[in-house]
Design a protein around this ligand. Sequence first.
Ligand SMILES: [Zn+2]
Length: 370
Amino acid sequence: MARPIARGLLAAALFLAHSTAADLAPVRLPPTRPAAPVLWPVTRLANTDYVNASDLAERFGLRIERARSGSLLRLTDASGVRLVLEDHNRDCYLDGLRVFLGLPVLGAKGTLWVSKIDVIKLLAPLFRPIDHLQFFPANAPQTIVLDAGHGGSDPGKENKTVGVNEKTFTLDVVLRLKKLLEAQGWRVLLTRADDTRLASDQITDLQRRAGFANQNHADLFLSVHFNSAPSAITGIETYTMAPQFMLSTADDKRDEMTDKAFPGNKLDYANLLLGAQLHRALLAGLKTPDRGFKRGRLHVLRFIECPGALVECAYLSSDAEARRVATPEFREQIARALADGLKNYSAVLETLRPKPVSPVTPAPTSSHTK
Ligand SMILES: [Zn+2]
């Protein structure tokens, strides 16, 4: 399910409408030295700790441009707009990606505020993963588990007008992606390789998919789905596990799940890096609307012990998009975009890792010096 476009986002969307595929090329983060742990100054507003947008800007070396009487802030540096925040909006734009926060941006005291949990568990690690290096997996990923959503008696979304269903397309994309990744040297395992499901009840089925990744010591887990919405919207969504204490994108208020930590939270920062790279690559490869990089406590992600993400590659509820997905060419495009995202994730991880120090070559000595 998708949420409607957040109110007032149009300006930011228009602002970013000139984005080209080049803008969406993977952002290679500068391998700067890890900073000391950041203690963010917080202010208590509406019973929640918030960080002032000015402190975000200062910490990340950004300038603030105000628009619409300050209800929209663009945080920029020499490379352009890095972050767009708008009062009341739960989504923001970070390096051109539409990223959903746990809580809406809050306008107060003449400026904008982002909740502390969103800063420390979402924006800061996405902005400066180098500061969170100790929480990333030590080794480059080699084994990936690909999970074709649904299967067997569970068809997933069906579009009767076009005569297609989700389970067939998820398997097709996963098989295409497997080939591409194996050609690049990955070890690829599938939760299902034919039209079956892993258990007759849905929760067990989803948990077994995660369990399969754990049993096989996967380095990455990717679940492939197609989306459904009551309206005729199109585009892509990417989900990663909601960090502990953060609302999932589908929720408006806290519940007993919000404060729980799951095994899938152990690698929250790597989840984010993976999700962002997959989302960026899908946008660049498919030239499709950005429905958002979101958080969810999805059953299939709760118990995985490696970084993981779930992608919704298109809306089968849209007849136009379902017809597009029905072509093998488009499904190959999806697989290629996902392969790009995985490659970019590995490449960014590699740039973050400290490089071995090469032995110092002694300066040539001259017999005349002593
Ligand atoms: Zn699905």
